[in-house]
Write a protein that binds this ligand. Structure first.
Ligand code: F6R
Length: 635
């Protein structure tokens, strides 16, 4: 939620900041702004709405300032108006701050600062920060403390003292017209990465903003503050103790964050899915595995002792990751025979189940930064912290960003290897999460001996077919679905049905449609329709049904017929041939014959394409749907 960037070097900062913000716009697009230091003054330009509005304001400005900060906002405190846009300044306009996160004690701070004469001009929590830093600076100048941070810089010391008074989750970047050669950043529970160039340094909420300039990065840890100058970067903890840090090299390239000829990132990411599945297979399947090797065919790097004694699994996640978790539950229960509960992370934290012995808690989050998911995991870790036996904390993360906060929090990570996802609606990261659950379930099944070797081999063979099967759906169906989307441009309600392992895919189909086309949609287990939702059906409500051959195939077809009898237009996602399907469905979206248990990887593709093309036909901003942000770092 919200993206921040900063630059200090020798080049003009504003273009670099703007480009960085463009790569972070997925984090929020209610307003944007940048601040630089020009002629000894803070020069701040802000605009309501998307980044293009800011760009228009900046066009024609000749601003050579080599230091600056920028922000793209997802509104939490205060309306999405220009006066609430970051950067925010202190009363004298000498300090500018951008923030990602929420300052929970901002009300008390605001009252205290107002009482000291600070003038507030916005409704935001962030505005307390420049005022607080300004007050700290006044006190420090009057009576300089004798410590390392004050020795390094009074601005650094003022920011350090200020962040020690802030409660909540935040990442900030600060500049001051009185300290024109430094950029101060701090992190507490919200992501912030520093990029290292030659005599120039960058900071950002996320690496895509800086990968065009450098691949040497240092993610700050919670409770760390850094002073960036043209000479280098010094990192301290909030107590002011210097931390020794070494940047690491990203294995990304700038092309990965471009659209590469696709109209939208979402479509590009849909098309990347065969490659994502292939990468997962290459990464996690033991090459040339044979049963005689006597090792698991899956190489997740999780040692036996980590999960040898577990007898139950809980999964916490949100949104699309929650749907992947429901597929995970199905696999873990059916293959590894482990009772599994899936909870919304936002519910788990405040009504946690009792502490269960021999439990594995899995957090699933593509960004690794979702506040609800992190909070749920932290809560469980905290309540088990003194336990060493069966009640001990045992956390596994499934994420696309192993370097994220989640990565630091959990004991083990499965990295879903999907590459950066820019479209706000998750597509390839969802498929990669499903792959992670196939691997985890197979690894557990092998170790727990809940599947025969033959069954494991058969499943691995099936997994290896998936990239080609996904490719064939994309090749054969995209054009057709694009045409089909035409029929639904004015549709107001959709129903998605699936059963068993495809029920979560029906939920995912409905969520995708809601998110990007703003059409009301509901996903249901097909058998549940008759218990109420069937009342919604008439000729204006299309019903998309996933029907894959398996134990409930006939039942799904009967459920679909019940909908058709109510005049609903029935769209089938099924491998049935045209003749058979004609008896059941009005419209057929054929998919290859895939074992039902593996079919979610294939059946989700038409769902993604359908929602994409309906939204595109409606002329909507597919990559940046209204009110949403890619990384939800507030609870
Ligand atoms: C849907 C979507 C959201 C996210 C949810 C969790 O397309 O993107 O529903 O799935 O906000 O995000 P992560 O996976 O980053 O925890």
């Amino acid at each position: 939620m919200c993206g921040i960037v900063g630059y200090i070097g020798t080049k003009a900062a504003s273009g670099i900041l703007l480009e960085g913000l463009r790569k972070l716009e997925y984090r929020g697009y209610d307003s944007a702004g940048i601040a630089t230091i020009l002629d000894d003054q803070i020069h701040c330009v802000r605009a309501k709405g998307k980044l293009n509005n800011l760009q228009e304001k900046l066009d024609g400005e000749d601003n050579p300032a080599p230091l600056g900060i920028g922000h793209t906002r997802w509104a939490t405190h205060g309306k999405p108006e220009e006066y609430n846009a970051h950067p925010h300044r202190d009363t004298e306009g000498r300090i500018a701050v951008v923030q990602n996160g929420i300052i929970e004690n901002y009300r008390e701070l605001r009252e205290q600062l107002k009482a000291k004469g600070c003038e507030f001009r916005s409704q935001t929590d962030t505005e307390t920060i420049p005022h607080l830093i300004s007050q700290k600076l006044i006190a420090i100048k009057a009576n300089p403390p004798n410590n390392k941070t004050a020795e390094a810089s009074l601005l650094l010391e003022a920011v350090r003292q200020a962040v020690n008074e802030l409660q909540g989750a935040f990442a900030i970047a600060v500049i001051s017209a009185d300290f024109p050669d430094e950029l101060i950043v701090a992190r507490q529970q919200a992501p912030l990465v520093i990029g290292f160039g030659q005599g120039e340094y960058y900071c950002a909420s996320d690496t895509p903003a800086i990968v065009a300039y450098t691949r040497a990065v240092l993610p700050l840890e919670n409770g760390e503050i850094a002073r960036m100058t043209r000479m280098g970067v010094e990192v301290y903890n909030f107590e002011g103790i210097r931390q020794r840090k070494t940047p690491r090299t990203l294995n990304w390239n700038p092309v990965m964050v471009e659209k590469q000829g696709f109209r939208h990132y979402m479509l590009k990411e849909i098309y990347e899915q065969p490659g994502v599945v292939r990468t997962c297979l290459e990464t996690y399947l033991v090459p040339d595995w044979t049963p005689e090797l006597g090792i698991s065919p899956i190489r997740l790097g999780i040692p036996d002792e980590f999960y040898a004694d577990i007898n139950q699994i809980q999964i916490v996640s949100c949104g699309t990751s929650w749907h992947a978790s429901l597929v995970g539950k199905y696999l873990l229960e059916q293959l590894a025979q482990l009772p599994t509960a899936v909870q919304y992370a936002s519910e788990f934290r405040y009504s946690p189940p009792p502490m269960i012995p021999n439990n594995l808690l899995i957090g699933v989050t593509q960004s690794g930064e979702t506040a609800d998911t992190l909070a749920a995991l932290e809560m469980d870790k905290k309540r088990r912290k003194d336990e060493t036996g069966p009640l001990r904390s045992r956390l596994l993360g499934i994420t696309n960003r192993a370097e994220s906060t989640l990565g630091e929090l959990v004991d083990r990570v499965i990295d879903t290897q999907a590459g950066i996802e820019i479209g706000v609606a998750a597509t390839k990261t969802f498929v990669a999460q499903l792959m992670a659950f196939y691997f985890l379930s197979l690894d557990l099944s092998y170790r727990r001996k809940t599947m025969t070797i033959e069954a494991i081999e058969k499943m691995i063979d099936g997994l290896r077919q998936l990239p080609a099967q996904v490719e064939s759906v994309l090749e054969s169906q995209e054009r057709y679905i694009e045409e089909l989307a035409h029929d639904f441009v004015d549709t107001q309600d959709f129903i998605f049905l699936g059963r068993g392992i495809n029920f979560p895919i029906a939920l995912e189909g409905a969520l995708k449609l809601k998110e990007i086309s703003y059409i009301h949609a509901e996903g249901y287990p097909a058998g549940e329709m008759k218990h109420g939702p069937i009342a919604l059906l008439d000729s204006k409500v299309p019903v998309v049904t996933i029907a894959m051959p398996g134990p409930v195939f006939e039942k799904v077809l009967s459920n679909a017929q019940e909908a058709r009898a109510r005049d609903a237009r029935l769209i089938g996602i099924t491998p049935m041939d045209e003749v058979e399907a004609a008896e059941t469905f009005d419209t057929l979206i054929p998919v290859p014959h895939v074992d039902e248990i593996l079919s979610p990887i294939v059946t989700v593709i038409p769902m993604q394409l359908l929602s994409y093309h309906i939204a595109a036909r409606r002329g909507l901003d597919v990559d940046q749907p209204r009110n949403l942000a890619k990384s939800v770092t507030v609870e």
